[in-house]
Design a protein around this ligand. Structure first.
Ligand SMILES: Cc1cc2nc3c(=O)[nH]c(=O)nc-3n(C[C@H](O)[C@H](O)[C@H](O)COP(=O)(O)OP(=O)(O)OC[C@H]3O[C@@H](n4cnc5c(N)ncnc54)[C@H](O)[C@@H]3O)c2cc1C
Length: 233
């Protein structure tokens, strides 16, 4: 992977969130961080557990100040992360960067890392607020689905993480080859990578005659980047 080390625009919120390798790719601006989070579907959530570090994929939501994670009340990762420092990473792969030498192969990507102390949300109203954001972050269907019951809420563990210590790192564009290799007999370029939603397919046990809600049908043919922004955005 090629990396360059000139400083990026803006500055990190803390020394530990400063991008050191490839600092020219760092983005600390709030809008850029939020745009990458909004375009993402999956976060990788890292926690120090008693039997070692554990990183698991999860969905997430956000408002202007916080990231929200949810799971079953018995969730091991979230239960262990409550009140502790955790790390959440969201990554988009945008392209394979093929250089004239494998030493300069790279990937085009957008990623965000958020570090901080996770706190459990106890209050039911705030829990509903956070769960709506997590739900609608993927596709806005909280309001077109069965409303949550008291039991649903009790069975669900929700953590919040301040968005204060967040950094983004972005690579775009062509490979960066050695000047002496440019005229050489090797191909160089980028293979773009994208994800697209397909038209929705009703469940095998669905016996109704409703069309999918508009927010769901509207996904067909779109990429995660093009779907409606989260309610928090
Ligand atoms: C795309 C995606 C989105 C998800 N979103 C959520 C979410 O929002 N909330 C949520 O609670 N869960 C989500 N999950 C499931 C999540 O990754 C965990 O499996 C789940 O939360 C259980 O966590 P736990 O710590 O209780 O697992 P445990 O069952 O206690 O984990 C025990 C061991 O099982 C293995 N393991 C656990 N999960 C996985 C996994 N996903 N893949 C491979 N091995 C695993 C690990 O070795 C782990 O140490 C998602 C999974 C995927 C793939």
């Amino acid at each position: 992977m090629d990396e360059m080390d000139a400083p990026g625009p803006g500055g990190p919120a803390s020394e530990r969130t400063r991008v050191r390798r490839g600092a020219n790719r760092a983005r600390y601006g709030r809008d850029e961080v939020l745009a990458i989070l909004d375009a993402g579907l999956i976060a990788h959530v890292g926690v120090n557990t008693p039997d070692g570090p554990l990183v698991l994929p999860m969905v997430y939501g956000r408002d202007e100040e916080r990231l929200f994670l949810h799971g079953a009340a018995a969730n091991h990762l979230l239960g262990t992360g409550e009140g502790e420092e955790i790390c959440v990473t969201v990554t988009h792969l945008d392209g394979l960067v093929m250089a004239r030498t494998p030493f300069h192969n790279s990937m085009n990507y957008r990623s965000v890392v958020v570090r901080g102390k996770a706190t459990r949300i106890e209050d039911e109203e705030r829990k509903s607020y956070a769960l709506k954001l997590v739900t609608d972050h993927i596709v806005a269907n909280w309001d077109t689905s069965r409303p949550p019951s008291q039991i649903d809420l009790r069975r669900t563990l929700v953590l919040e993480l301040p968005l204060t210590e967040a950094s983004a790192k972005v690579r775009a564009g062509d490979p960066i080859d050695e000047p002496d290799d440019i005229a050489g007999p090797w191909w160089a370029g980028v293979v773009p990578v994208s994800t697209r939603f397909e038209p929705p397919v009703a469940s095998a046990d669905y016996t109704g005659d409703l069309e999918p809600p508009a927010s769901i049908s509207a996904l067909a043919g779109r990429s995660p980047d093009d779907r409606a922004p989260s309610a928090g955005g």
